[in-house]
Design a protein around this ligand. Structure first.
Ligand code: GDP
Length: 304
C-alpha cells in the first residue's frame, strides 16, 4: 500500500504519457516505439536501459507480426520484469546477520541532501524493531548539520551514536564507533560517511582510509557498502552512482524520495546499468517509509 502510494506520481505520469503516445493507434509500429522510447527516457529509465527495452519489444513485434497497442502495457510489464530478473537485483529479503558477521558493519555513502541520514535513521529503526542492537557512527564530519541530524535520528530511534567534533577525521570516528560497538555487543553498526563529491581521488582516499581503519577493529568490515541516491534527481543519480562506484566498491543501493517524483523509472535504469541491487526504496519522510525493494512488487505496483 505504501508502495502504491509512493509510486503514484511516477505511475500516473508514465501512463498518461503512454496513452498519449498510443492515442489513435491500434498497432505498435515504429512511430509508437519512438514515442515509447521518449516516455521511458523522460521517466528516467536511462538511455541504455530504454534501448534494451525497446529492442526487446521490437523483437516481439517482429516475431508476432502484429502487436496491438492495448497489449503494450502487458508486454512492457513482462519485459521490464525480465530485465530486472536478469540483473539479479531486488529480491526482497528481510535483513539477517550473515553467519559469523557480528557486528555487521554497514557503511553508508552518498552526497548531502539525498536522504542519507533519514535512510540511516529508518534502517536503525527497522533493525531495532527486529530486536537487534544498533550503533550509529557519525563519520560524515564535514558539516555540523550532518552530525546533528544523525543525533536527532539516534534520539528518535533511541540507539547509541558515536560522534566527534565537526571536521574530525572520518576514519577516527569510524574506528571509535566500531570499538564502541564491539564493546556494547552491537549486532549492527551503521557508519555515515562522505557527504561530498569533492573530487574522485579525495573521495576514494577518504573511503579507503575509513575502510582500512575499520578493519583494525572488525577484520572484514564493511560487510556492506550502501549508496544512497535521490530518485527524484534523475540523471544526477546516475552520475553519482558512476562516481561512487568508481571510488569504492558499492554493494547495494537505496533510492529515496520516490514518493515525490514522477520519475520512478530511475530504479529500473540504475539497477540495470550498474548491476548493483537496489535494496531499499524511500517512499516518504516518516520513520516507516523505507521499504525493502522487491522488483516483482515494484513492477506489479507500477503496472497495476
Ligand atoms: P542527507 O543530507 O543526505 O543526510 O539528507 P537527509 O536525510 O537530511 O534528507 C534530506 C531531506 O529529504 C529531508 O527533508 C528528508 O526528510 C527528505 N527525505 C529523505 N528521504 C525521503 C523520502 O523517501 N521521501 C521524501 N519525500 N523525503 C525524503
Amino acid at each position: 500500500e505504501t508502495l502504491d502510494k509512493g509510486l503514484e506520481k511516477s505511475k500516473t505520469s508514465f501512463f498518461s504519457k503512454l496513452s498519449k503516445a498510443v492515442a489513435g493507434k491500434s498497432k505498435v509500429d515504429d512511430e509508437v516505439l519512438d514515442e515509447l522510447e521518449e516516455v521511458l527516457v523522460s521517466s528516467d529509465v536511462g538511455v541504455k536501459t530504454t534501448i534494451k527495452i525497446i529492442e526487446r519489444i521490437e523483437g516481439r513485434v517482429a516475431k508476432d507480426k502484429y502487436l496491438g497497442t492495448e497489449e503494450l502495457n502487458q508486454i512492457l510489464r513482462e519485459e521490464i520484469a525480465n530485465l530486472l530478473s536478469e540483473t539479479n537485483v531486488g529480491e526482497a529479503v528481510d535483513f539477517e546477520i550473515p553467519q559469523g558477521k557480528k557486528p555487521y558493519v554497514l557503511m553508508v555513502v552518498g552526497v548531502n541532501g539525498v536522504g542519507k541520514t533519514t535512510t540511516i535513521g529508518k534502517l536503525a529503526h527497522q533493525f531495532k524493531n527486529k530486536g537487534l542492537n544498533v550503533v550509529l557512527g557519525a563519520a560524515d564530519t564535514f558539516r555540523a548539520a550532518a552530525i546533528d541530524q544523525l543525533q536527532v535520528w539516534a534520539d528518535r530511534v533511541d540507539v547509541p551514536i558515536v560522534k566527534q567534533a565537526m571536521g574530525s577525521d572520518p576514519a577516527s570516528v569510524a574506528f571509535d564507533t566500531l570499538q564502541s560497538g564491539v564493546n556494547q555487543n552491537a549486532d549492527v553498526i551503521i557508519i555515515d560517511t562522505a557527504g561530498r563529491l569533492h573530487n574522485k581521488v579525495n573521495l576514494m582516499n577518504e573511503l579507503t582510509k575509513v575502510k582500512r581503519v575499520m578493519q583494525k577493529v572488525v577484520e572484514d568490515a564493511p560487510h556492506d557498502v550502501l549508496l544512497v541516491l535521490d530518485g527524484s534527481t534523475g540523471q544526477n543519480a546516475f552520475e553519482q552512482a558512476k562516481q561512487f562506484t568508481a571510488a569504492t566498491e558499492v554493494n547495494s543501493l537505496a533510492v529515496t524520495k520516490l514518493d515525490g517524483t514522477a520519475k520512478g523509472g530511475v530504479v529500473i535504469g540504475i539497477s540495470d546499468q550498474f548491476q548493483i541491487p537496489v535494496k531499499y526504496i524511500g517512499v516518504g519522510e516518516g520513520i516507516e517509509d523505507l521499504q525493502v525493494f522487491n522488483k516483482y512488487e515494484f513492477v506489479d505496483s507500477f503496472f497495476k
